[in-house]
Design a protein around this ligand. Sequence first.
Ligand code: XMP
Length: 326
Amino acid sequence: TWTMVNIVEDQVARIRAQIGSKRAICGLSGGVDSAVAAALVQRAIGDRLTCVFVDHGLLRQGEAEQVEKDFVAATGASLKVVDAQERFLTALAGVTDPETKRKIIGREFIRVFEQAAREIVAEAGEGDEAVEFLVQGTLYPDVVESGGGNGTANIKSHHNVGGLPDDLQFTLVEPLRELFKDEVRRVGEELGLPAEMVWRHPFPGPGLAIRIVGEVTAERLEILRAADAIVREELTRAGLDRAIWQCPVVLLADVRSVGVQGDGRTYGHPIVLRPVTSEDAMTADWARVPYDVLATISNRITNEVPDINRVTLDITSKPPGTIEWE
Ligand code: XMP
């Protein structure tokens, strides 16, 4: 039978044949696909792979550390981390329009990645040691829907690494091209990647920026990160991770409502929970999360997260609502 071990061995052999004695780079997003693709290539060519992680400051609690520590510990990959948090916050200052946010993040991401790629190419030099390959975590469904995007591209502009300038030319290495998501996860487990990374729910490239309705600021990111961490913790504790496709947590940063907490009146922001079930994210239904789990989440968020005095539940299917609010 065609086991995960076979898939890994087969891919490792193919990657070695393709890359030969040259070098490769791979951008890590914190997501499953890029991590598994990188781990496979690492297994094949060792330290001739350099991974790049652009920390845009829009990931959830613990996710940057997962890439910087757990991924490196599990694979031994050499990783170049670019701390671009200030740059992204500055670029996003004053911006509230969802599509503008997405475009700014996509543009800045390419610029930062391009700069890092140039540095790695320059350090490596030429000839046998030249960096000629770019690893991408393209999956089979992406290939089939040729042209890219997941069908919602005309509704929201998704971003991924692409569009590098002509003078930075790489040959693509796409070791996941024949695999579906569940196979990619099993390959990731086989390669010893951390379970939290392998089983992570889908998370958008523009990150928490499109889960803050309103301007993105460092303070708001901190609030949203704290609330999101509680939601993830409680869904995991309740054993609901596999039943739920994903659960965006959205901060309505420009809305305030009156509340009463502790000694007196509050005037804080609402948080929206958006748990959904889905097969492929093209359509979705709101997940019937048990009331007692919702109650625990609500109590914890209002007790533990400053400035949040109301927790609401989004009970809209897709269509008409999209999964993300922006
Ligand atoms: P929507 O909001 O369009 O989301 O119903 C469908 C799925 O796509 C994810 N999503 C993104 N993923 N870059 C991504 O990599 C993006 O810009 C992006 N926008 C939405 C969303 O989380 C859901 O799984």
